[in-house]
Design a binder for this molecule. Structure first.
Ligand SMILES: [Zn+2]
Length: 529
């Protein structure tokens, strides 16, 4: 999910209040006609103004799903309620679910971080081993430095190239390292960095990076070599008030995290830790990024999803909601592993945060405390929907990455449609509710393939890339049939896992799985196809 900037967030509640008022008025005047939609509306969905601005405004609705019994809260215990039993989908034979490229081909990030939680600083020593897999001779490398988008946050102390003092320029998020002797194809260069982060107070403007009164989060916090596009071009997109802009090549991460504080906080991270000699040690191979969130107040519950360990980090007042998140995530992993292909890692952490949304990272995702606050004990709420959505990002964003700025629909439409698949297989009685709550409420318009820069507002962007995207996928599935649709999705996942996929990859593979004409759908939903 995208974060939004502070200015926009400040006006969004007002906008949503007005929008909600208008929609409520129209709902009361006459039922919305959905004659062309495959899923007719249920009875009225009564809409109230969103109490907080989110990408997915909360809508109370009549609870016709069987309420979920309150789970037993035991640390490290699997939530005890039983969902509606269904058989996971058993699509046609899955193509070889090959693992991503072996680690030796990946850039290697070795990061030693000393956090002073009380004083909101992180001192970092980082080594990057970058193998030149581009097939071209490189005279420079471009590293993305997200923390340097803000004044006074990122201070670089040293930079070396193959252990010698390096020549570089740092401007905004661009850190350009001149390599001296050019890096030939197949050669590896070693970049050394030392720097300090003075964490900002986290607001929506900082997209969850920084600290709050009870938490500190390191996301997109270290310099990383951005993808190379050929002919001297590097893929480092401009930030935008909404939507995400970074594009992540696959890499291997080895992180050593220590604390200056006498009593270290509880640590959530993209991978499970080993704790040795006062240090949290992590290995996270074949990954997009490495994210850390810490709090002295975190509690944790765990569950197992067929060998995948799920950690749910939460604050004490939200134990029941955290258990529900754990179970939604477990079910989502089981469902998507069956529908798409195997989960990319061995664990997944869910982290409660004061960010006002959900947000994906590799091996970890964030959920807003507001969603926990509003949890009503059922599967019909933002907590459930967004937990499923962010879990799906482990396949679409983590497993298969994409250009989040220029082709955001590639992950967002698939993750939104993944919610539909989740409800279809686990809570079929809530599927129509999901269409109403998530899609039809917004009466989405716009083109699926708009970039984050192409829409006039956050709402227009989400309506297009997420919701029109889900409608397109629904139309495509109806048109070509379930067998071809699932065979295509599995093939797209298997062949692009570990890669940065493009719309061309998507449509090229789709064309291999059907001869049905869907050109009218492309004409309706896409600008460039
Ligand atoms: Zn998303």
């Amino acid at each position: 999910m995208p974060a939004m900037n502070r200015a926009f967030a400040s006006v969004l509640p007002l906008l949503i209040f007005h929008l909600s008022s208008l929609l409520l008025a129209s709902c009361l005047a006459a039922p919305i006609s959905t004659s062309t939609d495959p899923h007719p509306l249920e009875a009225y969905v009564f809409v109230t103004a969103n109490p907080q601005a989110t990408a997915t405004p909360f809508q109370p609705s009549p609870n016709t799903e069987t309420p979920i019994p309150s789970p037993t809260i035991e640390p490290s215990a699997t939530a005890t309620f039983t969902p509606v039993p269904t058989n996971p989908p058993s699509p046609t034979a899955r193509p070889t679910d090959a693992p991503p490229p072996i680690s030796g081909d990946n850039p290697q990030y070795t990061i030693s971080a000393l956090m002073d939680y009380a004083n909101h600083t992180v001192t970092v020593s980082q080594v990057i081993l970058y193998p030149n897999q581009t097939g071209e001779t490189l005279s420079s490398l471009v590293l993305g430095v997200n923390p340097n988008l803000w004044t006074g946050v990122f201070s670089i102390y040293s930079l070396t190239v193959n252990d010698a003092p390096g020549d570089y320029t740092l401007s905004g998020q661009w850190l350009t390292v001149n390599l001296g002797p050019a890096l030939q194809p197949g050669q590896t260069v070693k970049i050394g960095l030392t720097y300090q982060l003075n964490l900002p107070y986290s607001s929506t403007r900082h997209e969850n990076f920084g600290y709050t009164w009870r938490q500190a989060t390191l996301i997109d916090w270290y310099p990383f070599v951005v993808p190379y596009a050929g002919n001297g071009a590097w893929v480092l997109r401009d930030p935008h008030p909404y939507g995400e802009n970074l594009v992540y090549p696959l890499a291997d991460f080895r992180v050593n995290l220590t604390f200056a504080d006498s009593a270290p906080p509880v640590v959530a991270a993209s991978a499970p830790a080993r704790y040795e000699n006062g240090a949290f040690l992590y290995d996270f191979p074949n990954a997009r990024n490495f994210t850390i969130s810490v709090s002295p107040l975190f509690l944790v519950q765990t569950a197992d999803a067929d060998g995948i360990t799920i950690y749910s980090y939460y604050f004490a007042e939200h134990a029941a909601a955290a258990a529900h998140v754990l179970e939604m995530t477990r079910l989502a992993i089981m469902t998507f592993s069956s529908v798409y292909g195997s989960y990319p890692h061995t664990a997944l952490s869910v982290v409660e945060t004061d960010l006002n949304d959900g947000l994906e990272a590799d091996g970890l995702y964030f959920l807003a405390s507001n969603f926990y606050n509003a949890f009503d004990g059922t599967v019909r709420n933002n907590l459930s929907v967004i937990a499923v959505h962010e879990t799906a990002h482990q396949w679409w964003y983590g497993g298969v990455a994409n250009d989040q700025a220029n082709e955001p629909w590639l992950d967002e439409s698939l993750c939104t449609y993944s919610e539909r698949i989740f409800y279809e297989y686990n809570y079929p009685g809530s599927l129509n509710w999901w269409w109403n709550f998530r899609i039809y409420y917004y009466n989405p318009t716009g083109y699926v393939d708009w970039r984050i820069y192409d829409t006039g507002s956050f709402r227009a962007y989400v309506n297009a890339a997420y919701f029109q995207g889900a409608k397109f996928l629904e139309g495509l599935r109806s048109r070509i049939g379930d067998a071809a649709f699932y065979a295509f999705i599995q093939d797209y996942y298997a062949r692009n896992r570990g890669r940065i996929a493009t719309a061309n990859d998507f449509f090229t593979i789709l064309a291999e799985h059907t001869s049905v004409d869907y050109s009218d759908l492309l004409g309706s939903y896409f600008t460039y196809r």
